[in-house]
Design a protein around this ligand. Structure first.
Ligand SMILES: [Zn+2]
Length: 431
């Protein structure tokens, strides 16, 4: 076979003998017949250990490689089984692909890189593969990436949180490193057993690592707090400010919804056909304004568009109670932007203000905040209010939306870890 080194480069393979290359013009596929070099042959597909020949397995098989121009490429080779001392009869390892994969390593790398860079349809259309296949690739690439990495080595300050996926029906527990801003760990579930698995993984990566954790932030949920108290009793426990601000945003939304319902009951609606066998009524006048004010009320004032600012001004004039709720939410947000001593005093003032507000949602919120006061102040004192957890949190939410079509949470976790775990996939041939 001539031009072996050219073909090796084009196919992106190493330690591989190229026996022949043929072009199937009807199918528009280049098929390269290959085999591992002698050194690489007869190795167990799972542990790479040299093992005696077992049988021919299922004969010859094919692996998809990166396209050459617009033409598809496949590698074809024997896939015999070897009898590994540890794993028994196992398909032999091949240098060009991961064990049990139907695609070459460089194909996997390119898919992983694309999946962290562009949309679902861009990846599947460009690479001509199904989204499920992308999921399988992500899991393979992530398993390899984490194998050679001690991601828990220098971890001191962590944040623990939950993320919903599958339209809020399923949950992941995620752990973020406050110092590097990286996603450290993610697994399905939101209960004590899941949090316990994280601490077990941490301790398994190096004895004494749980005890070296100095700060843990969370949203105050008991299922996190209990395990943290047991596993790292000396760590300072903090409340992530963005969770606390989210509580306030939720309280504000309760007030907004009740104002909207009041406006509708006062007759600010009009008939709008039927849906699901029931007469529909659209909000009008003030009810419509309140319905559409949701995002304006949520956003930080410095980020409001002119239209949203006008909505907030309209509320200030027409619904003083809702406007007071808005000011309470904003007041709480500002507490977290103050230096520690002022923040402590400001939080106290805020609590008194909310208690007297005669707005039930905020009276309840002030009680909740008093319950978590120590943890809230600790996060300000120790500088954990840097928004890193929030930014990782926001990015994972985007990933969960993209990953909706994955059948299991594993590809979603792999995609999130590859994106946010500090180990972004590299584009093959550019490293
Ligand atoms: Zn083996």
């Amino acid at each position: 076979m001539r031009n072996v080194s050219l073909w090796r480069a084009l196919l992106g393979v190493e330690k591989t003998v190229i026996e022949d290359v043929e072009f199937d013009e009807d199918a528009q596929v280049v098929v390269a017949h290959v085999r591992p070099t002698r050194r690489e042959s007869s190795r167990c597909g799972r542990c790479q250990r040299r093992s005696p020949w077992y049988d021919r397995g299922q004969g010859r098989r094919r692996w998809r490689a990166l396209d050459l121009g617009t033409v598809r490429v496949q590698l074809e080779a024997d896939a015999p089984r070897v009898n590994c001392g540890e794993h028994g009869p196992t398909v032999a390892a091949v240098p060009w692909a991961r064990h049990a994969a139907g695609h070459t390593r460089v194909f996997d790398e390119q898919v992983a890189w694309l999946a962290t860079q562009c949309s679902k349809s861009a990846v599947t259309e460009l690479m001509r593969i199904a989204w499920r296949t992308v999921g399988a690739v992500m899991v393979r690439v992530w398993n390899d990436a984490q194998a050679g990495q001690d991601r828990f080595a220098a971890v001191r300050r962590i944040g623990i949180d939950e993320i919903s996926y599958k339209r809020g029906h399923r949950y992941l527990t995620v752990v973020v490193d406050h110092d590097s801003g990286r996603l450290l760990w993610a697994e399905p579930g939101r209960d004590r057993a899941t949090v316990t698995r994280f601490f077990e993984a941490l301790e398994a990566s190096g004895a004494g690592r749980c005890a070296r954790i100095t700060h843990v932030s969370a949203d105050g949920a008991d299922w996190i707090e209990d395990v943290v108290a047991a596993r790292c009793p000396t760590a300072v426990r903090c409340a992530d400010p963005f969770h606390v601000v989210r509580w306030a945003t939720e309280a504000l939304d309760v007030v907004r919804r009740s104002a909207w319902n009041d406006a509708r009951r006062a007759g600010h609606t009009k008939a709008d056909g039927r849906a699901n066998g029931r007469a529909q009524r659209t909000s009008t006048g003030p009810a419509e304004k309140l319905k559409r004010s949701r995002f304006a009320l949520w956003k930080n004032p410095e980020n409001l568009t002119d239209r949203q600012r006008a909505k907030v001004e309209w509320i200030a004039k027409n619904d003083p109670r809702l406007y007071r709720a808005y000011l309470l939410k904003e007041g709480l947000r500002l507490v977290f932007q103050l230096p520690f001593p002022e923040a402590a005093a400001a939080l106290q003032k805020w609590v008194a203000w909310a208690r007297r507000s005669r707005i039930q949602a905020f009276v309840d919120l002030q009680r909740r905040i008093m319950r978590h006061r120590q943890k809230i102040l600790a996060s300000i004192e120790h500088g954990l209010s840097n928004g890193r957890i929030e930014s990782v949190n926001t990015k994972i939410r985007l990933i969960t939306r993209i990953a909706f079509g994955f059948a299991s949470p594993q590809p979603l976790i792999a995609l999130a870890m590859l994106n946010l775990g500090g180990r972004k996939p590299l584009l093959p041939g550019r490293a």
